[in-house]
Every structure is written in C-alpha cells, then in structure tokens.
Design a protein around this ligand. Sequence first.
Ligand SMILES: [Zn+2]
Ligand SMILES: [Zn+2]
Length: 130
Amino acid sequence: MGEAYKLECGHCGYHTNVFVGIGFSYVYLHSIASFVQDVSLKKRIADFEKEPSTRYKAYDALYRCRACRAIQNELYLEMKSDNDYFVTSCCCRRCGEAMHPVPDDPRTVRLDCPECASGKLTATFYMDWD
Ligand SMILES: [Zn+2]
Ligand SMILES: [Zn+2]
C-alpha cells in the first residue's frame, strides 16, 4: 500500500500532492506494463517477463533535481534477471538534469522548495492508497 502526502512551502505557498510506495497494480510486471506509456519501457518489461529468473522492485517515488530543486513523482522500477538489468531513469522536466529518488520519508527530510529560494517543504500524510 502506498501513502499520499501533501507537500507545502510555508514561505511562498507552493504545494503539491505526491504518492509514494507500492500500489496494488505493482504486484505483477504485467499490470505495470499495462499502464506504462513509454513504448520502449513496455518492451523492456515484456522482455523481462519472459525470463523466469526476473526479480523486480516497483514503487512510486519522489524524485528531486539537485540542479534546480524541482520535484517529480515517478514510477521507480528496477528489474534484474540472470543476464539483464534495468532501472528507470528520470530527467528533470524543468532543466533536463538526471534526478535522484529521495530515499527517506518526506516527513523526516525537509526538501527545499522548488519555487522560492528560502522555503522548506513540510509533508503531511493525508491518505493510504492502493
Ligand atoms: Zn516556496
Ligand atoms: Zn532540474
């Protein structure tokens, strides 16, 4: 089950809702492939599905851009088999830099506000989702 948070900047009023964790549809690679939009990613998933040694991790993650502080909520998918490896990469929609998943609970790390220079984001849990 995943969790939804509202992130808010006390300084400029910026706010956004984010979803992190494992959704119901992430239980099978096949169901992940069914909602993925990217054609090449769909194909990669199909390749891994054919391979019996495949293990994978999938969850919704919060990504942060170290260059411009933008935040994006994206699917994190890592697939491993005996002869192949894949991990999703994510680029910042604002500046094009590679983004990194935020490893910690958004309630314990105070992220920089993407919109103003001095704000920090406060995370409030608002619901479970699946
Ligand atoms: Zn702000
Ligand atoms: Zn950026």
